[in-house]
Design a binder for this molecule. Structure first.
Ligand SMILES: [Zn+2]
Length: 823
């Protein structure tokens, strides 16, 4: 793919000034209106201190985490590339280090109370421009900046939490002495700081606070990327309201949610993994460092099901006639970007041979974090929350309760391909990594416009219908991949979003391990299967490297600056908005090969026990690449490190483009003596080439060539090798189709088959290409390019015809990529 880089278009700004205030809890109260394609209601945000300000009452673990985060923020050396809204207030010379040293001359909004240190006075691009409003009181007002796109914000008000009766029980606030502002602030401070075992009371108090009346409207203004809120006369974050309510509406064109129809033609809306995450769904703090809990009440017409990232398997409550309300909550703090929601007319799919319903419900009760066996000891390093790793019964639960939802027309496909696989995949993951970080799981088969094969969010996995065709292989591996994200990507998040490999590389590596375990393969067969998949990914990696700019092939593009943000907490994700980036797999593949290299070098007996230990130490936290590498090497005695060091891994694997030398060597060895399954494919390819060369006449005779039965992965490899052939006759293609039943194979196989059909203009199978473009849209994007470069009028028309049919519901990035190919 031809990737154009345009920083103004491609870089994703994170605007929220998380250094000053951090959202600790969100309460969403929303109505879904399918008629107008609008979600409307309010959100209440509860704040704690900013990422830079220490709170005396925090637990030691959290203080530790905060300190290490601060240390990184203060190391920020680069003049920040935050997009400027008012360039006149920003001098590019004011690099952070420079000002942290000199620390004088600049007037920021926080110098009124005289207790800020040098670092806080450094030239905050954002604070200098966000805090430039001086009312008639002579001081600048503090501006709270939230990430926000395409929302109609109607009103923002302070919430009068002091008006809620009965909160004294949980707070230490001396009610009589304080001013109303102080009292409100104290109440939220105490509420946010409640211990983990009081989570139920805490949620309840949050709910009651969220229903309290407003006590004064706040001033707002907004631009393309942010919502800025201030309170006249409030010049420091410490004095800013700790609970605010925002009344707002989404816009139909907002990119966080997709309004579309499901496979039954009924309306639905869902978060399909937009590059801007959830900021067109609710105003939020996007930087991952803002980890918060949330609750949501969502109302929709009674025919709809509301699914969401939530610990409880919500059941609907009837409201006024024809409407239902759904309530979800989470107690584990997560970045706001991980929140997912889907509302549609889906049916819960139950396994055919299911135990009686009452047994099911008993079995499927999520293990509540309030179980008596919770041990609040110091085994976890994250900020305090009711953690499953501390509960013996949760830790031993190999299969967490799950539900599957899909349009009713896909019931048969779900029964055949998916339902029976889930328990073995969940249990395989548990046997490799231990405790499931989340208490339950919903799996949703999403509409055809979903731009990838799967997406994992807390408590909910979206799967493409493309995973349901063919044998269980694609469905199983994809399910394992998404399940792996519960650990890598969700429970352990990347602190710097450009270090994508920390979630995708791990999930890709673990999907093979989980899948082998789920199939209960004997070790040598598991190894063979993994070797074959390495072979396929090697092909793909080489292809991706040929077609992507060098800058985008680096796993840690920010190098030693990784994880750094500006003093306000704002930052920019490089290429975060590049529409083609979503289709690139370099980070998946190179990350996977790095982890495979480490596993092979150190041996599975060392690597996997280490990985469990790593998960135990880092779950509930954000990490950088070096956290993983440092701990890995520290855990291996020096004489067994085999020359590996953090420095050389970073240099050879994380910070270079192209192919690392160790990988080159591994693949060279594989080329010399291929593994058994690849060798088998090799000899089948040779047979096909012979068949293809044979003159047509002789082919009419009896078929003397016997072809071996191949697995789906082997067929993919076979088709990829055949794609390198200049010519394949229609007879050969016909015979290929018949031999491997190609139209009934999984989407990965059919994708390669479509490429062959296009390359050799095998007209008889054009209808299969068309079907692929309509039903397997996530993978079809690549085919549009092939169709256009074929320079064949009929194929190009096919591309245009299919795009016309699907473009309306395509996500913006996909539509943009295809448009660039077609026009
Ligand atoms: Zn924990």
């Amino acid at each position: 793919m031809d990737i154009k880089l345009d920083p103004s278009r491609d870089d994703l700004p994170l605007m929220a000034n998380t250094s000053h205030m951090l959202v600790k809890h969100y309460i969403l109260d929303l109505d879904v209106d399918f008629g107008n394609q609008v979600i409307e209601g309010n959100i209440v945000l509860f704040f704690g201190d900013g990422n830079r300000f220490k709170n005396q009452s925090r637990s030691t673990q959290e203080t530790f985490q905060m300190e290490s985060e601060e240390a990184d923020i203060f190391r920020t050396a680069e003049p920040c590339h935050v997009p400027e809204m008012d360039s006149s207030t920003f001098s590019p010379k004011m690099g952070h280090r420079e000002c942290a040293v000199c620390g004088k001359g600049d007037q920021d909004a926080f110098d009124n109370d005289g207790n800020h240190d040098n670092q806080e006075r450094d030239s905050e691009i954002s604070s200098s421009k966000y805090c430039c409003d001086t009312g008639n009181h002579g001081k600048r007002d503090f501006l709270l900046v939230l990430d926000c796109c395409d929302l109609s914000v109607l009103k923002v008000e302070e919430v009068d939490v002091a008006a809620v009766p009965g909160l004294e029980k949980f707070t230490k606030a001396p009610k009589l002495l304080a001013t109303p502002e102080k009292l409100r602030c104290e109440i939220v401070r105490d509420l946010v700081a409640l211990p983990a075992d009081a989570w139920r009371e805490q949620l309840d108090c949050y709910t009651r606070c969220s229903q309290a009346p407003g006590c004064g409207e706040l001033l707002i203004d907004s631009d393309n990327w942010s919502l800025r809120i201030r309170k006249t006369g409030t010049s420091t974050p410490a004095d800013f309201p700790r609970a605010i309510r925002i009344w707002y509406k989404t816009k139909p064109e907002g990119q966080s949610v997709a309004w579309t129809t499901d496979q039954n033609g009924r309306p639905c809306v869902y978060t399909m993994g937009s590059p801007i995450n959830n900021r067109a769904l609710f105003p939020c703090q996007e930087p991952p460092v803002a980890m918060s809990t949330w609750q949501a009440t969502v109302r929709a017409a009674a025919s709809f099901v509301v699914l969401m990232s939530g610990e409880n398997s919500a059941k609907p409550t009837p409201l006024r006639e024809g409407y239902m309300s759904w309530h979800y909550y989470v107690t584990m703090p997560m970045p706001a970007s991980t929140f997912a929601i889907a509302v549609g007319c889906w049916t819960e799919m139950k396994p055919k041979a299911s135990p009686p319903d009452d047994l099911m419900t008993e079995h499927s009760l999520p293990l509540s974090p309030s179980e008596a066996d919770l041990r609040y000891d110091n085994t976890c390093n994250h900020m305090e929350y009711p953690c499953r790793f501390q509960s013996a019964s949760a830790a031993s639960q190999d299969i967490i309760p799950y539900r599957v939802f899909a349009p009713v027309c896909l019931e048969g496909a779900c029964q055949e391909a998916l339902l029976w696989l889930i328990p073995s995949c969940l249990s395989a993951a548990h046997s490799v990594l231990g405790t499931h970080p989340f208490s339950r799981l919903d799996i949703l088969i999403v509409p055809t416009n979903f731009p990838s094969l799967g997406m994992a969010s807390p408590h909910i996995i979206f799967l493409s219908q493309s995973t349901l065709t063919g044998t269980s292989h694609l469905c199983g591996t994809r399910l394992c991949h998404e399940i792996a994200h519960s650990w890598f990507g969700l429970a352990i998040g990347a602190r710097d979003w450009t270090e994508e490999w920390l979630s995708e590389g791990f999930a890709t590596h673990l999907e093979d391990i989980f899948w082998a375990e789920a199939q209960q393969l004997p070790p040598h067969e598991a190894l063979e299967q993994q070797e074959l998949r390495a072979c396929l990914r090697w092909h793909r990696l080489q292809d991706e490297l040929r077609n992507s700019p060098e800058g985008m092939q680096v796993l840690r593009p920010n190098k030693e600056e990784t994880g750094h943000v500006s003093a306000s907490g704002a930052s920019v994700v490089k290429h975060g908005l590049n529409p083609e980036k979503g289709f690139m797999q370099v980070h998946y593949l190179k990350g996977y090969f790095l982890l495979r290299f480490l596993t092979r070098t150190l041996g599975e007996k060392i690597y996997f026990p280490f990985l469990r230990k790593f998960v135990h130490l880092f779950h509930g936290q954000l990490i950088l690449s070096q956290d993983f590498l440092q701990m890995l090497l520290e855990n291996i005695p020096e004489n067994k490190r085999l020359g590996l060091s953090v420095e050389n891994i970073v240099r050879d694997w994380l910070e270079c483009s192209g192919i690392p030398k160790a990988l080159q060597e591994e693949r060279k060895a594989e080329d010399c003596s291929p593994s058994r399954l690849a060798r088998q494919v090799g000899s089948e390819v040779a047979k096909w080439i012979r068949v293809n060369r044979r003159p047509r006449k002789r082919k009419r005779g009896k078929r003397e060539v016997a072809f071996e039965k191949l697995s789906p992965d082997q067929i993919v490899l076979l088709l990829e090798w055949l794609l390198e052939q200049k010519t394949l006759s229609p007879q050969t293609l016909h015979c290929l189709q018949q031999t491997y039943h190609l139209p009934e194979q999984d989407a990965e196989v059919r994708h390669r088959w479509c490429e062959l059909v296009i390359k050799h203009k095998y007209t008889k199978a054009y209808n299969q290409v068309e079907r692929f473009l309509l039903e397997d849209q996530a993978m079809g994007i690549y085919l549009y390019g092939e169709l256009m470069v074929s320079e064949d009028a009929r194929l190009q028309q096919l591309a245009h015809r299919c795009f016309e049919l699907v473009k309306e519901h395509m996500d913006r990035a996909s539509a943009q990529v295809v448009t660039e190919m077609l026009f």
